[in-house]
Design a protein around this ligand. Structure first.
Ligand code: MD3
Ligand code: FE
Length: 201
């Protein structure tokens, strides 16, 4: 494995996952979405997010009028399915920690979906990294600092890229501004899947 690039404190492994392994990941994520169907989370203001989500693992991320939080069950009441072994193998390859992730959040972006600038700070141990896997169409990723008003920098994430968010970058503001539709043939209907692995407790 070649050394990662440093993009504003983020460890970026461009093209870490080859095409056959990307296809195996998509198949595994399809099975996750069969057990725990994707849904458009609602913000506390009752507005639906443009990204669809589901999760695997002990905890999943949910948002509704009560606010956002980690929950041990899908909104339907079923337990989240286990994190696929192919996904856990990537965590072991790049995370640098011995703990296992407790949440595998799966985000699906249609060509018009985006994710506004936010921090991931609902977890209790910020010494644990977040690992992110990009699959499908290219996405314009933006990262800033610890304050929303800090300057930001952008880069395109491609199918098969893996990011590790550790240290200072773990609590940086970040988001997805837009996709570049038609840039990948991985997903038959187009769009983008992003998987983030987190230790929650
Ligand atoms: C930087 N996902 O699920 S992945 C998220 O592409 C999220 O779906 C985006 O932000 C996506 O919360 C960005 C890259 C990423 C993930 C987590 C981070 C960057 C991060 C946590 C802290 C700092
Ligand atoms: Fe995030």
């Amino acid at each position: 494995m070649t050394a990662p690039l440093d993009f504003h404190g983020i460890r970026l492994y461009p093209g870490l996952i080859d095409r056959p392994a990307q296809e195996a990941l998509v198949a595994a994520l399809r099975r996750v979405a069969e057990a725990a169907p994707m849904f458009h989370p609602e913000t506390r203001f009752g507005k639906k997010m443009s990204v669809k989500m589901t999760s695997a693992g002990a905890f999943g991320w949910v948002s509704d009028r009560r606010g956002y939080r980690y929950e041990p069950r899908h909104p339907s009441g079923v337990a989240w399915p286990p994190i696929p072994p192919e996904v856990l193998a990537i965590w072991r390859q790049v995370s640098g920690v011995d703990r296992a992730p407790e949440c595998c959040l799966v985000n699906y972006y249609s060509e018009s979906a985006r994710m506004g600038l936010h921090q991931d700070i609902d977890e209790s141990d910020f010494s644990m990294p977040v690992v992110s896997i990009s699959l499908g169409d290219d996405a314009l990723f933006r990262v800033g600092g610890l304050a929303r008003s800090d300057p930001t920098a952008s880069t395109w994430l491609h199918s098969g890229d893996v990011c590790v968010l550790a240290g200072e970058a773990r609590r940086a503001f970040h988001g997805i501004d837009r996709l570049k539709p038609g840039t990948s043939t991985l997903l038959p209907q187009g769009g983008r899947l992003n998987v983030t692995l987190r230790v929650v407790t």
